[in-house]
Design a protein. Structure first.
Length: 227
């Protein structure tokens, strides 16, 4: 390994991505031509002021929405030009998503929430799930339901669920935004270690310079471009 980012295989490649939203008679151009690559196994923090388009970019990468122009490519798959069903299938099978709201399934136990995504993706690996459960400190809580967990515990379940299928890329939008500073730091370190362990790439939106500094690289969104 040479260590430089240029030498990493580009797992995600974004080219000339634009997106605008209608606002009454006007259109607001949120993304004006984003170019960004993320290497295999690389972890990147995406920062930028409120309203700069971080969530918009994350949604386009996850295929939750489509750009006006430009492309989002994972290897040979151009997710931005797939139809809705194709984007949903790619997201389900190859991406891990963690949002500020934990989005756990209230009627399922911790164990079933953890396994849910991997089973849907046809990528359930009991050994990896056991390791995740232990490393996330959830082994004693597997029979509980989400409402019987603290915020930090719920967030750890959401992270485990997203990593259980061994995604190509873990995408996180302010994953620790609802947690106090000490808990946020602890959860972030755990995520970083688990991402390293699973070998996936990691892209995280955050407002926190402190958390951003924990990742390999920081990119900043300003005026619709990566500064
Ligand atoms: N569905 C939508 N329709 C219209 N405008 C939208 C829509 N989604 C986002 N916007 C606008 O696009 C801009 C970028 O929003 P986005 O949520 O991507 O920013 P952000 O950087 O993630 O902000 P924050 O840090 O506050 O979460 C904002 O001006 C927002 O009002």
């Amino acid at each position: 390994m040479h260590g430089s980012h240029a030498s990493l295989r580009q797992m995600l490649r974004i080219r000339a991505l634009t997106k605008s939203y209608r606002s009454g008679p006007d259109r607001i151009k949120v993304l004006r031509g984003i170019d960004l690559g993320v290497g295999a196994g690389e972890s990147v923090a995406l920062t930028g002021e409120s309203g700069s388009g971080k969530s918009t970019l994350l949604h386009l990468i996850a295929g939750l929405d489509q750009p006006d122009s430009g492309e989002v490519r994972f290897g040979d798959t151009v997710i931005s030009s797939l139809p809705d069903a194709g984007r949903a299938a790619f997201r389900r099978d190859r991406l891990g998503l963690v949002f500020q709201q934990f989005n756990l399934i209230p009627s399922l136990t911790v164990a079933d929430n953890l396994a849910f995504q991997a089973k849907l993706a046809g990528r359930h690996d009991p050994d990896w799930l056991r390791e995740l459960t232990e490393r996330l400190g959830l082994a004693a809580l597997t029979r509980r339901y989400p409402e019987q967990l603290s915020g930090g515990q719920q967030q750890r379940v959401a992270i485990g669920r997203a990593l259980a299928p061994k995604p190509l890329l873990l995408l996180a939008d302010e994953p620790t935004g609802n947690l106090d500073e000490a808990t946020a730091d602890e959860v972030m370190r755990l995520v970083r270690d688990l991402v390293t362990r699973s070998g996936c790439s990691f892209l995280m939106v955050t407002h926190s310079e402190r958390l951003a500094a924990l990742l390999d690289r920081q990119v900043h969104l300003r005026a619709g471009l990566i500064a």
